[in-house]
Write a protein that binds this ligand. Structure first.
Ligand code: PEP
Ligand code: MG
Length: 878
């Protein structure tokens, strides 16, 4: 039997959104509820997928069913395509499973031709309206279906208005519009080389193809990537009888929300534009009026709309966003959906609805989009601001927030100007540890190079600073004192704005709205999320400040402390560099002696901040190229400190140069060559833990010492021995029986594959999915941005695997490691601390494979808490 590709609105329901798309499923549901919905049919999302499989063709079977359903629709509506008595006009609209507002195409008034226009004009006694519909249809069809630019038609309209000496479209009369329709058709023929199609069935098939095609347009592709919507879903197409909002003063088009989408307030909100079609409302050419204004002129419509809104919110148990049309005093519902809302509104609506007894806590937790919380935790640009802004480029959305300021090109300048009260943004080819203070001082960081796990991205995320990384369209001038982007040259002092949540870069100054989390609604939803989730949420915190912030945001421990990052501030880097460029054990030990108290002090504050909750301290893992001095001045300083000549130091630095530093002398390879490093770090951790334990006898501190970049069980055994020997000696000397754990990162594919062997030594695992992704794909985590766009274009990848976990590949290795680890050590604790630990879909995957915790940068802790709760709910329903 042939597959069913088309459904009448009477054949579907709200649970069929995968097949019918959100709009189709809800049109069917509203029909079932007996609401006034202009009838029609939905062509399924599967038909869209089939269209692509068939080489962008609608096959005969689907065409056949569309033709059959036009017949059914004609019967239901009593109207007929191209009829001289009662012609059928339809709208053709996209509708994917998840709503993608404005991303795909729509065609209104389809079914018109010259004869039909005359019929409509005569029957309605409203020739102006009939010709207005026709000229709109030609314009939309030409633009959307045949890609003849809209502006060509706008020019003709402007010329007509000038000829008639009028300002507005509404001042053109029937004759003018008829003339315009004819000019439009001539323009179409000119551009396409064929007459404008008169047969509604031909028009319809072309329009359906255009909607399918728009699934793959560039803006839809970007939107999907930003919103985690898979390409494979496809869009449905809804063919619906037209209801006309442009028939005169008792007609109009509008949108309504059952609650305020900006604040969440429980207050019906609707706007209507009289004598207009929906596109006029959306395009903003005329300003709509508040619905309350029609209370006097059309009171029954007002009451009916309120009634329907209440009914729909009760039915869906969520805030509804509705589109409606009033046709000559009769109300029609064209769409309803769970309304898009700000994070603040989402939290308030969820909280209120639980209090109102409409939903339970689980539904409340599910109704808030975790990523949306970013706007509460960081600054953001309002929708209106973005609409009016001029975008000049796009980079990777590396760390959320909104930044606006004067451009500076060096960290020193950023610091200097910020101290003078200037708002600056730091624009760099890439960042390095020397830039930290400038990064902190700046409103945001923009880099031309680097991926989602590059230095700038990781550090900015940790600090809660806004960062757009890897914008490869930025071309720096030779002297790095200016750059070009989007055809414009920017110099120091020029102002730009950028959005770290989307990666979009804008010309000039945009106002930033501040974020705020001190809110009862936020607290309530987070409390419920914490009750529901089973996975712990820890934080990646490298400094006491980060740790405190993370604790405030609900972290239940530290899952990763990158100890090398402790050397980013002030002149601490000096001691670290002295250690790196030592060429004897004695020299190294002298440098390590300087480092030990610094580390111990920081570790104490980390244990303090976590109040007895677990703290994992990872041993040094510096890819050396990130830390060696580059400036002449820094090299001289280092030489002086080491009692060496500049030439000697330069020689040592040259000797440290590696062809492939990410796979070089880092991680556990350092203590294997220089065991004294592990000895120093063990002492620092154990002494810090002992001190804090002594201060807080009611806490049970169990420090977790973690070895990075292990791939071979014997590497782990070697470093573990040093740790255990040192730790036990420290504990013995202190007369303490404090417990501690030694574990490893799983970030090399070999470690995942041999996790059973490694678990003999390691008491815990933590997936370092940044390196694991890098090494599984063989993509450099710093440079992948250069070619990933080509991968998206060619549909080889849909997402950046450094931001969203590759479940099929990297995830498979993780699953294997979890299984093997548990075989050897059933009670082994396993977490994740790569950047994926704060990405909602990756958190869901981690929950599904049974991880004990996710760990993420402080500002992503609330997102991970909510995502973990949603994952637990979804999993319990499977
Ligand atoms: C990782 O590799 O995922 C990780 C957390 O370590 P780093 O990013 O410091 O290499
Ligand atoms: Mg790593």
């Amino acid at each position: 039997m042939a597959r069913k590709w088309v459904y009448l609105f009477t054949e579907g329901n709200k649970d069929m959104r995968e097949l019918l798309g959100g709009k189709g499923a809800n049109l069917a549901e509203m029909t079932n509820l007996g609401l006034p919905v202009p009838q029609g049919f939905t062509i399924t999302t599967e038909a869209c997928t089939q269209y692509y499989e068939d080489g962008r063709q609608i096959n005969d079977e689907i065409r056949g069913q569309i033709a059959e359903y036009i017949g059914k629709m004609e019967e239901i509506t009593g109207k007929k395509f191209a009829s001289k008595e009662n012609p059928l006009l339809v709208s053709v609209r996209s509708g994917a499973r998840a709503s993608m507002p404005g991303m795909m195409d729509t065609i209104l008034n389809l079914g018109l031709n010259e004869e039909v226009v005359e019929t409509l004009a005569a029957k309605s006694n409203n020739p102006r309206w009939a010709w207005d519909c026709y000229r709109r249809f030609i314009q939309m069809f030409s633009d959307v279906v045949m890609e003849v630019s809209k502006s060509e038609f706008e020019k003709l309209i402007d010329a007509k208005k000038a000829e008639k000496g009028v300002q507005n479209d509404v001042d053109l009369d029937a004759e003018d519009l008829k003339d315009l329709a004819n000019q439009f058709k001539a323009k179409y023929k000119d551009a396409i080389g064929k007459d404008f199609p008169d047969d509604p069935k031909v028009q319809l098939i072309e329009a359906v193809k255009a909607v399918f095609r728009s699934w793959d347009n560039p803006r839809a592709n970007v939107y999907r990537r930003d919103n985690d919507i898979p390409y494979s879903w496809g869009t449905a197409v809804n063919v619906q009888m037209m209801a006309f909002g442009n028939m005169g003063p008792t007609s109009g088009s509008g949108v309504a929300f059952t609650r305020d989408p900006a604040t969440g307030e429980n207050k019906f909100y609707a706007e209507v534009l009289m004598n207009a079609q929906g596109e006029d409302v959306v395009s903003g050419v005329r300003t709509p009026m508040k619905i309350e204004e029609i209370k006097k002129t059309l009171p029954e419509i007002y009451d009916e709309l309120i009634d329907i809104a209440n009914k729909l919110e009760d039915h869906y148990r969520d805030m509804q966003d509705m589109e409606f049309t009033i046709e000559d005093g009769k109300l029609y519902m064209l769409q309803c959906r769970n309304g898009k809302r700000t994070a603040k509104a989402a939290l308030k609506i969820a909280h209120d609805m639980v209090n109102e007894g409409m939903i339970d806590k689980k539904q409340a937790v599910l109704s808030v989009e975790p990523r949306n919380l970013d706007t509460l935790l960081h600054g953001s640009f309002s929708k209106d601001t973005v609409k009016k802004a001029t975008q000049v480029g796009k980079g990777l959305p590396a760390a959320p927030g909104a930044a606006c300021g004067k451009i500076v090109f060096t960290a020193e300048e950023a610091k200097k100007q910020a101290q003078n009260g200037e708002k600056v943004v730091l624009v760099r080819r890439e960042t390095s540890p020397e830039d930290i203070e400038g990064m902190k001082a700046a409103q945001g960081i923009l880099t031309a190079r680097g991926g989602m796990t590059s230095h700038a991205a990781v550090v900015a995320r940790g600090m809660g600073a806004c960062c757009v990384a890897g914008c490869s369209d930025i071309v720096f001038a030779e002297d790095e004192k200016s750059f070009t982007l989007g055809g414009k040259t920017y110099k120091e002092g020029d102002v730009i704005s950028f959005d770290g949540s989307t990666g979009n870069i804008y010309d000039g100054a945009l106002p930033v709205q501040e974020g705020a989390v001190e809110d009862d609604d936020f607290a309530a939803i987070m409390e419920w999320a914490d009750e529901i989730r089973t996975m712990q949420v820890r934080t990646n915190a490298d400094t006491p400040t980060d740790a405190k912030k993370a604790r405030e945001l609900g972290a239940q421990g530290i899952g990763l402390c990158r100890t090398e990052h402790m050397f980013f501030s002030g002149n601490r880097i000096d001691a670290f560099r002295e250690m790196i460029v030592s060429d004897t054990k004695e020299e190294r030990e002298a440098a390590l002696d300087k480092i030990l108290p610094l580390q111990q002090g920081d570790f104490e504050q980390l244990f303090e901040a976590m109040e007895g909750d677990p703290v994992t301290i990872r041993f040094l893992d510096p890819p050396l190229h990130e830390f060696v001095p580059k400036d002449e001045e820094d090299i001289e300083k280092l030489a002086k400190a080491k009692g060496k000549t500049v030439e000697q130091v330069k020689g040592i630095i040259a000797g440290l140069k590696e062809a492939n530093p990410m796979m070089g002398h880092r991680g556990c390879r350092l203590p294997i060559t220089y065991p004294e490093i592990a000895v120093m770090q063990t002492k620092a951790v154990i002494r810090a833990a002992l001190n804090v334990q002594k201060k807080h006898p009611d806490w049970t501190i169990v420090p977790e010492l973690e070895v990075p970049l292990v791939g071979i069980d014997k590497e782990m055994a070697f470093v573990k021995n040093i740790i255990v020997e040192t730790a036990d000696a420290e504990l013995k000397a202190a007369g303490s029986d404090m417990k501690y754990k030694v574990g490893t990162m799983i970030e090399i594919p070999r470690a995942a594959i041999t996790a059973d062997e490694i678990a003999k030594e390691a008491e815990f695992f933590c997936f370092g999915t940044n390196d694991l992704t890098q090494m599984t794909f063989g993509f450099s985590r710093d440079d992948a941005g250069k070619f990933l766009d080509a991968y998206y274009d060619k549909k080889i990848l849909e997402n950046d695997p450094f931001a969203k976990l590759d479940q099929d590949g990297v995830g498979k290795l993780m699953k294997l490691a979890v299984k093997l680890g548990h075989e050897t050590r059933p009670d082994i604790s396993i977490g994740i601390c790569g950047e994926h630990g704060g990405d909602p879909s990756s958190v869901e995957f981690c929950n599904s494979i049974g991880l004990d915790y996710v760990s993420c940068s402080p500002y992503r802790v609330p997102i991970a808490r909510l995502a973990a709760a949603q994952a637990a709910i979804k999993q319990s329903r499977k």
